[in-house]
Design a protein around this ligand. Structure first.
Ligand code: NAD
Length: 473
């Protein structure tokens, strides 16, 4: 409808076009506000509304028994209405809890997707969102992603995700500031009594997890110095290389020896991917990064490996996508497999560690399949980030068999075995690999934890009964 209006207007003079364009835009914004209610507010404005209503906490919970959304306050009822009507990202998520940090004044949240495999577990993200809609959608989508990642990895954990709204332009470089933010978030986790376990994600470091741990036991990815599993990058890289090996074998190309691999990024995970590839006698590795100091450091680190090349690239330089190779391994940013880059790809396999590689998880899943390129789903390859720390509450040991089995060929849930299964399903059913992975993950996520399958929902129910919303940090 709007397109029709715009086209008719464009036929008139420029002034009319401009004014009519404004009117259409305002009308569209107003309609959006009416449809989305409080979800169309900025996160900061939503916080103001909470303050006006004298609220520090609130929730939107889906009661599966009654098949209805339960909310804490009228403001959250409006948010609940938006969430429950959504057909794209809301998949009957068990609960969304919100809290304003009393000193940090940042909006904290915990999104719990599904807990029948176990309590919700996933990273906490520190990020700036422009609207409550963006904030909530990301929380819903990421917690669903964690359910799938945990299920495919054979972990007896459900899916959850935490978000802390970042203030525009803030870097939080100061340790004292971080102590306040993550100390408060830790208390928020404690208030949820274990319904959600936080971990490291974008914007957090291992010391931030330690900071949360100062006020909560429901945190993983802690420093080794305090008994945690530390930096998971090496494990993540080995998992990714197992995914590559499965794809190379699936295409009847044998193993990785002699193959050419292009890695986007030369950061933590990428450097270990390069190390693992060198061990496997690859023919050639090219790794790129936008950070010239890092590239200089990597050149020094790999000077013993003549078949490894590091290149500095500009952030908008897409030439690496066109580099002829066997495997293209994204290990920097998300969203880089898209309508612009898919036609450029000159590889047989895309298999990397970066999160959310497909800009559109449906459209680009199909598009890459139609190009005849094998895409090994990212959340299968990079599972070791969460696997490495998911069970550290039981203690952490070097060469832990519970970790090493993910890299083997025998265990049903090993990266190689699951990747091979997904690629075969994709071929047999003529469906994209991302879809095949989601189907299998959703099947696994339905399995009930035989001991604590009921526990997540019981905790949520008890929080509601005990009027969690009236508590304070
Ligand atoms: P990192 O910050 O150490 O490395 C990312 C690198 O990408 C940086 O060096 C950065 O300069 C580079 N980069 C940014 N834009 C680029 C571009 N256009 N071209 C080339 N390089 C570019 O992060 P990391 O821990 O190595 O993680 C890499 C990816 O893997 C991320 O997407 C992360 O979410 C994902 N991941 C990591 C882990 C883990 O264990 N660290 C686990 C799961 C997923």
């Amino acid at each position: 409808m709007f397109n029709t209006v715009s086209r008719r207007v464009v036929a008139g003079n420029k002034q009319t076009t401009f004014q009519a364009g404004m009117i259409v835009r305002q009308f569209s914004q107003k309609l959006n506000q009416q449809q989305n209610g409080v979800a169309s507010l900025s996160v900061e404005k939503f916080q103001e509304e909470m303050q006006k209503a004298g609220i520090q906490r609130g929730y939107v919970v889906y009661d599966a028994e009654k098949q209805q959304v339960v909310t804490s306050h009228p403001l959250f009822a409006q948010l609940g209405e938006f969430i429950s009507k959504d057909k794209r990202d809301f998949l009957k998520h068990e609960a969304c809890f919100f809290q304003v940090g009393p000193k940090s004044n940042l909006l904290f949240s915990a999104f719990l997707h599904k807990s029948n495999r176990g309590l919700a577990h996933g990273g906490v993200r520190l990020w700036k969102y422009n609207s409550m809609e963006d904030y909530v959608r990301d929380g819903l989508r990421l917690s669903l992603g964690m359910t799938r990642k945990n299920a495919l990895a054979g972990l007896w954990w459900g899916g959850g995700k935490g978000i802390i709204q970042k203030t525009d332009g803030a870097t939080y470089a100061n340790d004292v500031t971080r102590d306040v933010i993550f100390g408060e978030y830790g208390k928020f986790l404690s208030s949820l009594k274990g319904a959600y376990y936080g971990a490291e994600d974008v914007g957090l470091t291992t010391p931030d997890c330690d900071r949360m741990h100062n006020s909560s036991r429901f945190v993983s990815c802690l420093s080794q110095g305090i008994g945690g599993s530390g930096n998971p990058s090496h494990s993540t890289a080995i998992g990714t290389v197992c995914g590559m090996e499965a794809a190379v074998n699936f295409l009847g190309m044998g193993d990785l020896s002699g193959k050419k691999v292009v890695v986007q990024g030369a950061g933590n995970v990428a450097s270990f991917i390069v190390e693992e590839l060198v061990k496997r006698n690859v023919g050639k590795v090219i790794a790129t990064d936008i950070d010239k100091n890092l590239i200089a450091m990597r050149k020094e680190q790999f000077k013993h490996a003549p078949n490894v090349e590091f290149r500095v690239v500009a952030p908008n330089d897409l030439s690496i996508f066109a580099e002829p190779c066997d495997v293209f391994a994204p290990a920097a940013l998300g969203g880089i497999i898209n309508s612009t880059t898919i036609p450029m790809l000159n590889c047989k396999i895309v298999c990397g560690a970066a999160n959310n590689q497909l800009l559109d998880p449906v459209e680009h899943d199909h598009m890459i399949k139609n190009r005849g390129i094998i895409y090994v789903p990212d959340y299968l390859n990079n599972r070791m980030g969460i696997v490495n720390c998911a069970n550290e509450c039981f203690g952490y040991v070097k060469n832990d068999p519970a970790i090493l089995k993910h890299f083997g060929r025998d265990w049903d849930n090993a990266v190689y075995v699951i990747a091979s299964r997904i690629l075969q399903t994709s071929r047999d059913q003529n469906i994209p690999t991302g879809l095949a992975a989601n189907k299998l993950a959703d099947e696994f996520s339905e399995m009930e934890n035989p001991i604590i399958g009921h526990r997540g929902w019981s905790i949520v129910k008890s929080l509601i009964e005990d009027k969690w919303e009236n508590g304070q940090l």
